[in-house]
Design a protein around this ligand. Structure first.
Ligand code: C2E
Ligand code: MG
Ligand code: MG
Ligand code: MG
Length: 279
C-alpha cells in the first residue's frame, strides 16, 4: 500500500487515526467480555494514620488484566465503560468484590478496617445504585458502616439536588461518604455544608507541590480548616515524600494515602504488608 500512503501526508494521517479508532473499538469489544472472562481485578491502597499506621481504611482501585495488553489502569478503559454504560455492571462487580474482600479481612480480625469504593458519574446517577449497594452489603454480611463510597467533588456537584437526595439515602443507610479529589471542583460552601459526607480527600495536585513553597500549603490548610469545621475526616491523597508527610502533619492532617505509605496492591500483598498492624 506504499503507493496510497504518504502521497501528501493526508492518507498517512487518516490511516493512523483509523488505527487509533480501531484500537479503541477493539478494547471496547474486549471490555464487554472482560467481566465474564474474569479479567477484572481490584488492587487495594491503605489509608493510614501518619506516619506508620494503623490502617483505617482501604480503597479498592480497579484494574483490567488484559490478555494481550497486560494490566490496564482505570484511565485506559473507564472512560469508554462510562460512555457505553458498561460501567454499571462493572461497578456492580467492583462493589461485590470489594465487599467480599472486606468480609475476608474482617474474618481475619481486621474489624476496624473500612472498604472504600469509587463511583463514577453514571453509576451515581443510576436508579439502582442504592439497591446494588444494599445487595452487596447483605450478600457478604457487612454493615453499612463497613463501606465508604468515594465520589469526586465534581460529580457530587453535578445536578446538585438529585445528588444530594442520593447521598442522603446512602448516608441514612449508614454508608460512609467521601468527597474525592477535593479542591478540583467548584462546590459552594453552602452545598458542602449540606452534603452528608464524613470524609474529604485533598486532591493529590495540592499535596504534590506542598514542598515547593507556592500557594499550596495555604490552600491545604484552608481545606483542612474547612473540613474540620464541617466535622469531616480529612485524608491527604498522593503523599509521595517524607517532606510532604511531615508538612501535612504540621498542618494538622494525619490521615494519609500515597505511594510513600503504600501503593495500590493485590489483596494478598496488602495483608502481608499491613496485616500485622494493630487493628
Ligand atoms: P482516585 O479515586 O482519586 O484514586 C487515586 C489514584 O491515584 C489511583 O489511581 C491511585 O493509584 C493513584 N495514587 C495513589 N497514591 C498515589 C501517589 O502517591 N502518587 C500518584 N502519582 N498517584 C497515586 P488509579 O488506580 O489509576 O485510579 C484512577 C482513578 O480511577 C481513581 O482516582 C478513580 O477516580 C477511578 N477509579 C479507580 N477504580 C475505580 C472503580 O472501581 N470504579 C470507578 N467508577 N472509578 C474508579
Ligand atoms: Mg478515590
Ligand atoms: Mg482522588
Ligand atoms: Mg482521581
Amino acid at each position: 500500500h506504499a503507493k496510497e500512503q504518504g502521497r501528501d501526508g493526508y492518507c498517512f494521517f487518516e490511516n493512523s487515526m483509523n488505527a487509533n479508532a480501531q484500537e479503541q473499538l477493539h478494547l471496547l469489544q474486549d471490555l464487554r467480555y472482560a467481566l465474564e472472562r474474569n479479567e477484572l481485578r481490584l488492587h487495594y491502597q491503605p489509608k493510614l494514620i501518619a506516619p506508620a499506621g494503623p490502617v483505617i481504611g482501604v480503597e479498592a482501585l480497579l484494574r483490567w488484566q488484559h490478555p494481550e495488553r497486560g494490566l490496564l489502569s482505570p484511565d485506559q478503559f473507564l472512560p469508554q465503560a462510562e460512555k457505553t454504560g458498561l460501567i454499571v455492571p462493572i461497578g456492580n462487580w467492583v462493589l461485590d468484590e470489594a465487599c467480599a474482600q472486606m468480609q475476608r479481612w474482617r474474618a481475619a480480625g481486621h474489624t476496624s478496617w473500612n472498604i472504600a469504593v469509587n463511583l463514577s458519574a453514571s453509576q451515581f446517577a443510576h436508579a439502582k445504585l442504592i439497591d446494588s449497594v444494599r445487595t452487596a452489603l447483605q450478600r457478604h454480611g457487612l454493615k453499612a458502616h463497613n463501606l465508604t463510597l468515594e465520589i469526586t467533588e465534581s460529580i457530587a456537584m453535578r445536578d446538585a439536588n438529585s445528588s444530594l437526595a442520593v447521598l442522603e439515602q446512602l448516608a441514612a443507610m449508614g454508608v460512609g461518604i467521601s468527597i474525592d479529589d477535593f479542591g478540583t471542583g467548584y462546590s459552594s460552601l453552602l452545598y458542602l455544608k449540606r452534603l452528608p459526607a464524613n470524609e474529604l480527600k485533598i486532591d493529590r495536585g495540592f499535596v504534590n507541590e506542598l514542598d515547593q513553597g507556592g500557594d499550596d500549603a495555604a490552600i491545604v490548610s484552608a481545606i483542612i480548616a474547612l473540613g474540620r469545621t464541617l466535622g469531616l475526616k480529612i485524608v491527604a491523597e498522593g503523599v509521595e515524600t517524607p517532606e510532604q508527610q511531615k508538612h501535612l502533619t504540621r498542618l494538622g492532617c494525619n490521615l494519609l494515602q500515597g505511594y510513600l505509605l503504600g501503593r495500590p496492591m493485590p489483596a494478598e500483598q496488602l495483608i502481608e504488608c499491613y496485616g500485622k498492624t494493630p487493628a
